[in-house]
Ligand binder design. Structure first.
Ligand SMILES: [Zn+2]
Length: 104
């Protein structure tokens, strides 16, 4: 009887829900949009915090998957592709800057 009362209290304060959310984060399965550089075909891997080469055909597949889910009102932020500058873009930008300074 005592344990049942505790469960009710836990449910009342949303303990179970927050516990589930907590476990979700712990497993590193937070749904996050993908960051992709279309110029260099590079994808940012959040789990390893690094840029990796990623084929354009694959990213197109992910994009169409996202559209597919969106049309059915299913929230899937992990399939959202955000086009952004990658590490190589940064290198290029830096080199351009140096070149501008170096050239008379
Ligand atoms: Zn790039």
């Amino acid at each position: 009887m005592g344990s049942r009362g505790q469960k009710d209290i836990a449910a009342g304060i949303g303990y179970n829900k927050s516990y589930k959310i907590c476990r979700h984060f712990q497993r590193g399965r937070i749904p996050m949009p993908a960051h992709y550089c279309p110029l260099h075909a590079r994808l940012f891997r959040t789990s390893k915090n690094e840029w990796i080469d990623f084929p354009r055909e694959k990213i197109e597949g992910i994009k169409s998957l996202y559209q597919f889910f969106q049309r059915r009102d299913i929230d899937t932020p992990e399939y959202l592709v955000i086009e952004t500058a990658c590490d190589q873009c940064d290198v290029q930008r830096f080199q351009d800057k140096v070149r501008k300074i170096a050239s008379p």
